[in-house]
Ligand binder design. Structure first.
Ligand SMILES: [Zn+2]
Ligand SMILES: [Zn+2]
Ligand SMILES: [Zn+2]
Ligand SMILES: [Zn+2]
Ligand SMILES: [Zn+2]
Ligand SMILES: [Zn+2]
Ligand SMILES: [Zn+2]
Length: 113
């Protein structure tokens, strides 16, 4: 059962300004740290599952060069936040970064839509 985001005034759609990613065969929008799925006139909260493609693992040597080592992910860091399992990741290019101490964990790729 998907949770509904009540009183969601914004209409997600192509070019609405939010990053869109593919999730289990549909398209969701990244909005204020939520993964929003538009279902008719309802907006549902989705969460990326932890899977082989998106493992919740520590990768201390991950250094993809998409941002410098001093970059601290956070609400206004410029990377959209993505709910993943029981934590929050950031979409960097086409994969998920999880800030972990002095490094970023690589939590796998996502397909942007
Ligand atoms: Zn939107
Ligand atoms: Zn979804
Ligand atoms: Zn929401
Ligand atoms: Zn780590
Ligand atoms: Zn960031
Ligand atoms: Zn993650
Ligand atoms: Zn990072």
């Amino acid at each position: 059962m998907a949770l509904e985001h009540k009183d969601h005034a914004h209409k997600h759609g192509p070019n609405c300004g939010h990053a869109a990613i593919k999730h289990d065969g549909h398209v969701d929008y990244l909005h204020d740290g939520h993964l929003h799925h538009v279902n008719g006139d309802k907006v549902e909260e989705h969460v990326l599952g932890v899977s082989a493609a998106n493992p919740a693992q520590c990768t201390p040597n991950h250094n993809c060069g998409e941002h410098d080592q001093q970059h601290k992910h956070g609400p206004n860091c410029g990377h959209p936040a993505v709910p993943h399992g029981d934590h929050v990741d950031y979409l960097v290019g086409k994969h998920l970064h999880h800030p972990h101490g002095e490094h970023c964990d690589d939590h796998g790729g996502v397909e942007t839509a």
